[in-house]
Design a protein around this ligand. Structure first.
Ligand SMILES: *Cc1c(COP(=O)(O)O)cnc(C)c1O
Length: 348
């Protein structure tokens, strides 16, 4: 893999926007460089200054936690921002393509469509494993990104680490491993492989295990060279001051994150066991995530029935390989009990 050859010419040529806070980031007595409002705001908290464009504090905390260098981390407005930036850095509209392995997370397709980039598909096998041979046959010289979501949304299972790394070895483009649900799985993250695979990008997020979806903060881990490209293309102040402060604070409470993860996994196993007793449930797929994909005799009817009960799950009936399936997020014990109670009344 040669990174130089993968990056779009316009991005290589780009002179990035140089924000005031980036040009001068030291400590001064008076800041009159960014056209901020020195008088303050209607809020008592101080949000009148632009936030750190490179999120130094968050990166240091994340680095310590993942045994990675701050320079190998990009902080995005959700991992969705990292996904979009990958397209803008690497994919020439109407020329290049990406490879996805459906059924999988919908944003890869949406981002591809927005950026006018062709989507090639190598479907998972019947039991939701990577079809490695099919993926290898799908690549061509215009394939820039391969998206692998592990644990996968909506199927819930993790893919073989060896298969993913084998693909990273064979593929001339960037392999993006989306680990949004890794904290619920017993599998080891691939962040530790970034030093060995210059074409590997690992995505994680604060939206799931950390319980901070409302803040919109996601992470990309990759080589320093790739992270430099992210920083070149991203909007200057992509993470708000509120979000940066809240993430830093959340790190003080990491023990609670671990505790909640354990509780969710415990609830997941209980819910799976109980769901298996319902006659309209024909299968429950193995899951490493905070949701479970449930196969039913009639997903549309169960979905509508639950809506009448004011319970909303995700209907995946129309997704390839997921006919009859509902994706159910693991709730609190009370929520799960309410779900099970409602389902008792369902008659197929
Ligand atoms: C939820 C989810 C994300 C998280 O996206 P954010 O923008 O960080 O909230 C990323 N990837 C997958 C597969 C997801 O399911």
């Amino acid at each position: 893999m040669n990174l130089e050859n993968l990056v779009r010419e316009n991005i290589k040529r780009l002179t990035p926007y140089s924000s005031a806070r980036k040009e001068y980031s030291g400590s001064a007595r008076i800041f009159l460089d960014a056209n901020e409002n020195s008088f303050g705001s209607p809020l008592k908290e101080n949000y009148n200054r632009y936030p750190d464009p490179l999120q130094t504090e968050i990166k240091e905390k994340v680095a310590g936690w993942n045994e990675i260098k701050p320079s190998q981390i990009f902080v995005g407005n959700g991992s969705d921002e990292a996904i979009d930036l990958l397209f803008r850095i690497f994919c020439r509209p109407q020329i290049d393509n990406i490879v996805i392995c459906p059924p999988t997370y919908g944003m890869y397709e949406v981002s591809a469509e927005i950026n006018d980039v062709e989507i090639k598909r190598a479907y998972l096998t019947e039991n939701f494993q990577l079809n490695v041979e099919a993926i290898k046959k799908t690549f061509d010289e215009k394939s820039k990104l391969l998206f692998i979501c592990s644990p996968n949304n909506p199927t819930g299972n993790s893919f073989s680490r060896d298969e993913i790394l084998d693909l990273a070895r064979c593929f001339q483009g960037i392999v993006v491993v989306d680990e949004a649900y890794i904290h619920f799985s017993g599998e080891k993250s691939l962040t530790g492989e970034i030093g060995n695979f210059p074409n590997l990008v690992v995505l994680q997020t604060f939206s799931k295990a950390w319980g901070l979806a409302g803040l919109r903060v996601g992470l990309a881990f990759a080589s320093e060279e790739i992270i430099k490209l992210f920083n070149k293309v991203k909007p200057p102040y992509n993470i708000s001051q509120i979000a940066q402060q809240a993430i830093a604070k959340a790190f003080e409470n990491r023990a609670q994150v671990e505790k909640i993860i354990a509780e969710i996994i415990d609830e997941r196993e209980k819910l799976i066991e109980k769901l298996n007793d319902y006659s309209f449930v024909t299968g429950i797929y193995p899951t490493d995530a905070n949701f479970v994909l449930v196969k039913t005799v009639d997903a549309d009817s169960v979905y509508k029935f639950l809506l009448d009960e004011k319970i909303v799950v995700r209907n995946r009936n129309n997704v390839e390989l997921c006919a009859g399936c509902l994706r159910i997020t693991i709730g609190t014990p009370v929520e799960n009990e309410n779900l099970l109670k409602a389902l008792e009344k369902f008659t197929a």
